[in-house]
Design a protein around this ligand. Structure first.
Ligand SMILES: [Zn+2]
Length: 601
């Protein structure tokens, strides 16, 4: 093994949860927050000098605190995902949550301060060179200030959230961590597996019968916990809706759209194009089912690998995956390849396959080191290689922003998923091109089509479910059965009735519905995917692509999404043309798949 599969967390804070350096850092942050709070309270805009030195100092202090909070937050998150069932970590996590909560008040006071500054003074402030780079963030905060309630109420809401929305979110983790189910492989051997391991198997276990039983067992496992999980979902959403209402927000999509700096028109156009393009995917499903010897695919089959003819799917070693990713990143951007090399060599990635790890994958920036950390479980499948590429795409995005002010790195999820899906596309496309025969090509093309299936169908189902759920939740608490019915309907619509089994307890099994800090953790994925398809198309016809790509990434927290698309791609996101062009690229892959598999049916 050339590359370690265990990440280095000691370079962030040595010694784990009891690190003295971590304790010192938390003390320092406490002091910094106190100092900032009094500086905000005492700041008087008219008494400031012409270069707004005090104001500049305030923005610097805030960014230092936020980077520090992120640094400690990333560290504790990493420890927890590493050792998912270790409840002794939660005390430190709560301490950090409380620290973050104590920053909320001065932060909202700072925002309110911005709203009290008159327009002429405001434009003078934004003319200060160091503030010009963060003028978008400052304008956004000034805007947000108008919605804020009085300080005491905001403070109370934050404090209540610790035992409210934030607690419900971590309560979900506690439930998920305690779940296990029996798993019988194709040789008849039975073991007990965690929810996370079951999910990994579900997303690509090669044996169809094992998969079928697995989904049934997975449904049953979540069904047994669905009373607890339904409480969690209802109250998490209920807290959020009450919070919105208190701020005069009645449209539950307003915040998710604002967070992604995009308009409802853009979102609606995107979903319309997705809906209009389902037929190509159901055609692909029908062929895939045929190749698997089935009448129709089940929910458990949609990401399962297709094997035809002589081809035998080889397990990929971690080292081979790493080398392949680096070599193919280099074709598009040497800088992207260099970043990947650093990540593998400097142990930024935790990828070991063992029980007790949190399910899923993520990338987090470690701002004070100018580094990233990536978490995932590598089982040796082609999908896992794509997941590494995906997270490295995030890490690359983060890396091109390290020299900019912290607030310039505050990009939204929809554009965050652009760099990641772009990286995934590069790797998936390269795998298809590297195929030595048709059988191999079919398997790889099928793996590449996992993404459009996820974005056009699976994620669409989550969006449909969540919009209906939030609508109903404004009126009442939903029972587990009602939630399962909603999910079943959403999946039928999103998958265009093309499957023979669905996963009605998906509302319980999917972590994304339980994230406290981000509502509607779904549509930004589809956005990012289609947006990156547009960029990918451009990459193949543009000479100095790397430069342009980096310029776009550096602007991601610097303007609205519509402006970003207009400036760097010259397209209008509220019109279907751009989205359809992305869907057409998917259609090309599907047509190739249909033509290639003709010989194998
Ligand atoms: Zn991602």
């Amino acid at each position: 093994m050339t590359y370690s599969q265990n990440w280095d967390l000691d370079s962030i804070f040595p010694g784990g949860v009891n690190s003295p350096e971590l304790a010192q850092k938390l003390e320092l942050l406490k002091e910094q927050i106190k100092t900032f709070a009094s500086a905000v309270t005492n700041y008087v805009v008219t008494a400031d000098d012409a270069s707004f030195t005090n104001f500049v100092a305030l923005t610097n202090q805030a960014q230092i605190i936020e980077a520090g909070l992120l640094q400690v937050g990333v560290f504790i998150t990493a420890l927890m995902s590493d050792d998912f069932t270790n409840s002794s970590l939660s005390a430190k996590a709560s301490e950090i949550d409380a620290l973050e909560a104590s920053y909320a008040k001065p932060r909202s006071q700072f925002k309110k301060l911005l709203a009290t500054i008159d327009d002429p003074t405001w434009s003078n402030i934004l003319d200060v060179p160091t503030l010009k780079a963060i003028d978008f963030a400052l304008n956004e905060m000034r805007q947000e200030a108008n919605e804020l309630l009085d300080d005491a109420t905001e403070e109370l809401l934050t404090q209540l959230g610790l035992d409210g929305i934030n607690a419900w979110s971590s309560h979900y983790d506690t439930i998920a961590a305690g779940l296990t189910m029996p798993f019988t492989d194709e040789h008849g051997a039975t073991t007990t597996i965690s929810a996370g391991q079951a999910l990994n198997h579900l997303e690509g276990y090669p044996d169809a019968q094992v998969r079928e039983k697995l989904l049934a067992g997975y449904e049953k496992m979540w069904g047994q916990a669905d009373g607890l999980v339904a409480d969690t979902l209802n109250h998490l959403a209920g807290f959020r809706l009450t919070d919105y209402k208190a701020h005069g927000v009645t449209d539950f999509l307003k915040k998710p759209l604002e967070l992604n700096r995009m308009s409802q028109a853009t979102l609606d156009t995107m979903w319309q194009v997705v809906s209009d393009n389902k037929a190509m995917l159901t055609k692909y499903f029908a062929r895939k089912a045929q190749l698997m010897g089935k009448q129709a695919l089940g929910f458990q089959d949609i990401y399962a690998p297709v094997h035809v003819g002589e081809f035998k799917n080889q397990e990929l070693s971690y080292d081979d995956a790493a080398e392949f990713i680096m070599a193919n990143f280099a074709q598009f951007s040497p800088k992207m390849a260099a970043l990947a090399k650093t990540a593998f060599e400097k142990r930024w990635i935790e990828s070991e396959n063992r029980p007790g790890k949190q399910p899923g994958g993520y990338m987090e920036s470690v701002p004070e080191l100018g580094e990233s950390r990536i978490f995932l479980t590598f089982t040796g499948s082609q999908n896992d290689a794509a997941t590494i590429a995906h997270e490295l795409g995030h890490a690359f995005h983060s890396s091109v922003l390290t020299d900019l002010p912290f607030w310039r790195g505050n990009y939204a999820m929809n554009v965050a998923e652009t760099a990641s899906t772009f990286a995934e596309l590069v790797v998936n496309d390269a795998k298809v091109k590297a195929a030595t025969n048709d059988a191999e090509k079919v398997t790889l093309l099928d793996a590449k089509l996992n993404n459009p299936v996820a974005m056009f169908m699976n994620i669409h189902a989550r969006y449909l479910f969540e919009t209906k759920f939030y609508k109903l939740r404004q009126e009442k608490v939903l029972t587990p059965d009602e939630l399962s019915t909603l999910m079943d309907e959403a999946q039928h619509e999103a998958f265009a009735n093309s499957l023979d089994t669905y996963h009605p307890h998906f509302w319980a099994s999917k972590l994304h519905f339980y994230i406290d800090s981000v509502p509607f953790y779904n549509f930004p994925y589809t956005f990012g995917y289609l947006f990156s398809l547009g960029i990918y198309a451009k990459a193949q016809t543009t000479e100095n692509f790397e430069e342009q790509y980096i310029a776009l990434l550096r602007d991601t927290a610097n303007m609205s999404t519509e402006e970003l698309a207009q400036k760097h791609l010259g397209v209008d996101l509220t019109q279907p043309a751009f989205w359809q062009a992305g869907a057409d690229l998917v259609a090309k892959d599907i047509n190739e798949f249909l033509a290639l598999t003709e010989q194998f049916i």
